[in-house]
Design a protein around this ligand. Structure first.
Ligand code: F6P
Length: 552
């Protein structure tokens, strides 16, 4: 039986129709002055306000009933204990183990994984120290100045996002290192970066869990050729200019990466959950190991909160429930991620993979088609920038969207020269004022204005409001708080998957495209090849004609 037919689901459906559908957020706030204290919670430096969601006490009770019915508690236990929750690939999903402190007793196939994880951190530490001390040298004996991460998806988005966000926490010894991230298969990003780099002082990190992803292989091959224009000796090229991070050591060796330069992780870490593993090497290089460990610690503390806090104070659970309530009962199909923090510019793209690759599924764990919505379309941008771009649609469009507003309460300026650490007030207050104003306008529409200002407005100037949002404030952006924020969303995604009865840890939906791309690539070289569909054949013919024209 589909979860949609279950008693808990039906009760929520009835509740929505009878008690919520006709009302507005404005009504809810007018009838209950205590909504903020009732519908907000905090953990560490994070405060979650979900009072601007279209919920009442009854909604929360019924949503919690749904979690009980779906047996969330035992799924959480199984996840953290290393059960094979990724059934289709017959694997555990133990990214949480990577951020747990020393002494972890979790086993995979009868073997304790804690020692291997600590070993990996120690090996990362050695590489970080060599680069920070200028002891990792290129072929001509000069110290490395530029580190280029070659990866895509989970082997790019996480480390790139975190390095961008935490630049101001750069380790003193990493001042001379520049970091670059290359993912695009067309080679355009790499070509642009290589124009400014010197083979003598450039180190590539070949980052790929599978070590078979064509995008990364193509970029790595181009990088190898670029190095070879200056380095005759292939052994020197590999040992001084390439590090490999992968779950496939044999493939790293086949490609020529010496064992000493291989950092390995495991099948039980999903690609989009891998920034806590050796895939996080660029983060560790930027921050140094002690600060990288603070980042892990923030995530670990969020895991503890997720496992231990009661449902009604449990941040990942509450955020998941808001997703389910909006998507499955109110019928909202869009989810916008709006950080009022320029440092989190890449966070929406990172969450795009985390949420949509995990939960963008339509078949349950038992192989049946779902008859309810799963992951919404998620996108986002730095909030103040998005105000000047797509907020028009949020305020006056025809698509309902629910929004996550994220903002730091404090922002500091560090002055290395005189060692000061001063709060930045003016621009920070401006950003916060905009954040709060936008969620209020989305909630109240025209009623955000005084009554006198509401009269006489043309229809195209009116705002209907009643758009739900959640606001997540963090005291300040620190490595620890960012770790907590990422783990919060990871755990939220898991809770949603439990309700939707889908496996969030596989991604079969990306496989067919890869296969067909291989076939298409072969067809490009063959003028006789036809796919039998007029569009693809027409496009191929056009591409061949242009290629012929330029080749003369
Ligand atoms: O194609 C999707 C995907 O498999 C993601 O799940 C993954 O993060 C990405 O490709 C990169 O994979 P890899 O790290 O194996 O190169």
């Amino acid at each position: 039986m589909s979860v949609r037919q279950s008693a808990a689901w039906q009760a929520l459906q009835d509740h929505y129709t009878r008690e919520i559908a006709a009302g507005t957020l404005r009504d809810l706030f007018q009838s209950d002055n205590a909504r903020f204290s009732q519908f907000s919670t905090s953990h560490g430096d994070l405060l979650l306000d979900y009072s601007k969601q279209r919920i009442t006490d009854t909604t929360m009770t019924l949503l919690c009933d749904l979690l009980l019915q779906q047996d969330l508690a035992s799924w959480i236990d199984r996840l953290f204990a290393g059960a094979r929750v990724n059934e289709s690939e017959d694997r555990a999903a133990l990214h949480s183990a990577l951020r747990a402190p020393q002494g972890l007793k979790t086993r995979v196939d009868g073997v304790e994984i804690g020692p291997a994880i600590q070993d990996n951190l120690a090996r990362m530490g050695q590489i970080v120290a060599r680069l920070h001390q200028g002891h990792w040298r290129g072929f001509s004996g000069k110290a490395i100045t530029d580190v280029v991460n070659l990866g895509v998806g989970g082997s790019d988005l996480g480390p790139h996002m975190v390095c961008h966000a935490l630049e101001e926490f750069r380790h003193g010894a990493a001042q001379e290192l520049r970091f670059h991230f290359v993912s695009s298969i067309d080679g355009s990003q790499l070509a642009e970066i290589l124009r400014h780099l010197n083979q003598e002082t450039t180190l590539f990190i070949f980052s790929s869990k599978s070590f078979t992803t064509i995008d990364t292989l193509a970029n790595a091959e181009t990088a190898r050729q670029w190095l070879a224009t200056k380095i005759d000796n292939p052994r020197v090229l590999m040992s001084q200019h390439f590090i490999g991070c992968s779950a496939k050591p044999e493939k790293m060796s086949e490609w020529g990466i010496p064992v000493a330069n291989q950092l390995q992780f495991w099948d039980w870490v999903g690609g989009r959950y891998s920034l806590w593993s050796v895939i996080g090497l660029p983060i560790a290089l930027l921050l140094g190991m002690p600060t990288f460990r603070e980042f892990l610690q923030g995530a670990y503390e969020m895991d503890c909160h997720f496992r231990d806090a009661p449902l009604t104070q449990n941040m990942p659970v509450l955020m998941a429930l808001m997703g389910i309530w909006n998507g499955n009962f109110i019928g909202v199909k869009g989810h916008a991620i709006l950080p009022y923090d320029g440092r989190l510019k890449l966070f929406p793209a990172y969450l795009g993979q985390l949420e949509m690759e995990s939960n963008g599924k339509s078949v349950t764990r038992s192989g049946e088609g779902v008859d309810y919505e799963t992951c919404p379309i998620l996108w986002g941008e730095v909030g103040p920038n998005a105000q000047h771009a797509f907020y028009q649609l949020l305020h006056q469009g025809t698509q309902p969207v629910y929004c996550d507003f994220l903002a730091p309460v404090l922002r500091y300026q560090h002055d290395e020269a005189d060692g000061t650490h001063a709060p930045l007030l003016e621009q920070q207050q401006l950003a916060l004022a905009n954040c709060l104003a936008q969620s209020r306008v989305l909630m109240l529409g025209d009623h955000a204005l005084d009554e006198s200002q509401q009269a006489g407005r043309r229809p195209d100037q009116c705002y209907s409001g009643n758009q739900p949002s959640t606001t997540l404030l963090y005291r300040e952006l620190t490595p620890k708080n960012l770790g907590a924020l990422i783990a919060l969303y990871e755990n939220k995604v898991f809770v949603e998957s439990v309700v939707w009865e889908i496996n969030p840890f596989d991604q079969w939906g990306v496989e067919l495209g890869k296969q067909i791309a291989n076939k298409t690539h072969a067809a490009m070289q063959d003028p006789q090849a036809s796919f039998g569909d007029a569009s693809t054949d027409g496009l191929l013919a056009h591409i061949r004609a242009v290629a012929q024209e330029v080749q003369g």
